[in-house]
Design a protein around this ligand. Structure first.
Ligand SMILES: [Ca+2]
Ligand SMILES: [Ca+2]
Length: 364
């Protein structure tokens, strides 16, 4: 080997090793010490790294903690379904410090004693904790502070890389439900109360001001209808628009939602389904379309980003059910364009004072 080649060989290898070796060790140690997965053993959460080695554990002291497989089933749903099924457990670098945090909400077999959400750093140090819900009076009744965390999800609302946490919480026994937005540090950014469960959320900057908006859907118990609520995470307070005193909470101001829309019941779902409808899911489509689908009729309602209705899509299953009920004499009517127009006209928007049958914002 000529001398020049030997020198080149030494130089290249020296160079490679001088870069690889010093960086290899800390990099591996980050992977080694980073939370990657978990087990649940009795009342204890056990955090493991990607090689399955135990890193640390946290004893919830809850004897009736649900089993690991139930946590993992929920995670699978969150991953596989096209709706944001809220997780009970998230491992993610939410504060952008290069290490994974662990977000954990203990779930119990009888669903009582829930409502806590913990955030741990990669070493198992508790960074913060919150308790969802609270003791409030709605109408004439006291509602206890027994709330469940239905689930949570993370989203970067402000485009700074740090993740905010959206928590879906619900009273154990009745309608009060709370959607919370927390910063990566656990600070409460906003909370909105609804007289009915939240079932799905989507995040999209619909007014193009640089902050993602929250499109939350669920049910409203007073009206027994599916609902769509548009919220700005920077200005999120108060309670859903309710007319009956039973559903109102004197402690909360009127809600700061941008839009609140109720969806019409169909003649089919009133016959075949339980009294109260709820939204199954919300999805943002291409071309600035928001698609919301109530769970019984499965009819797709497509809105533009100003929440005007642009399209209604009925599916085969609904038409089939309709024909069947018509043949049985339980429904009179025809499925045609007029039918769809009546559905569109059946949408109700809250205009800050009352429900109206045309597009309106809550605060205009
Ligand atoms: Ca982190
Ligand atoms: Ca926005």
């Amino acid at each position: 080997m000529p001398l020049a080649a030997i020198l080149l060989y030494v130089f290249v290898h020296y160079d490679l090793y001088s870069f690889i070796i010093p960086y290899a060790t800390p990099h591996n140690s980050i992977i080694e010490s980073n939370p990657a997965d978990y087990h649940i053993n009795g009342s204890t959460l056990i955090i493991i790294n990607k090689n399955g080695k135990e890193l640390w554990s946290f004893d919830t002291r809850i004897e009736k903690l649900i089993e690991e497989k139930e946590y993992k089933t929920q995670e699978m749903r969150a991953r596989n379904e096209s709706r944001a099924v809220f997780s009970y457990f998230i491992i993610k670098d939410i504060n952008q410090d290069g290490r994974a945090e662990v977000l954990f909400s203990p779930k119990t077999t009888d669903q009582y004693g829930e409502g806590d959400l913990f955030c741990f750093d990669y070493k198992g140090k508790k960074l913060w904790e919150i308790k969802a819900g609270g003791k409030h009076i709605f109408g004439p009744s006291d509602y206890s502070s027994d709330y469940r965390v239905i689930g949570m999800t993370t989203v970067d609302f402000f485009g700074d890389g740090k993740l905010e946490i959206v928590v879906n919480a619900a009273h154990m026994d009745d309608f009060p439900s709370q959607l919370l937005v927390l910063s990566a540090e656990g600070r409460l950014i906003g909370e909105y109360w609804n007289a009915g469960r939240f079932t799905d959320v989507a995040f999209e900057d619909i007014d193009d001001d640089g902050t993602k908006d929250i499109l939350a859907v669920g049910t409203n118990n007073e009206y027994e209808k599916a609902c769509l609520i548009v919220l700005d995470p920077r200005n999120m307070h108060g309670f859903s628009p309710q007319l009956k005193a039973k559903y109102q909470c004197a402690e909360f101001p009127p809600g700061t939602e941008k839009f609140y829309i109720l969806f019409p019941r169909t003649d089919v779902d009133k016959i075949t389904s339980p009294p109260r409808d709820a939204m199954d899911r919300i999805i943002i489509l291409q071309d600035h379309i928001i698609k919301a689908t109530p769970q019984f009729s499965r009819i797709d309602y497509e809105f533009d980003y100003e929440l005007g209705i642009v399209n209604i899509v009925r599916h085969y299953a609904f038409d089939f059910e309709y024909d069947k009920l018509r043949q049985e004499g339980r429904i009179t009517g025809v499925l045609n364009d007029d039918y769809d127009e009546r559905l569109k006209a059946g949408l109700q928007y809250w205009n800050g004072r009352e429900w109206v049958a045309h597009r309106a914002a809550s605060h205009e």
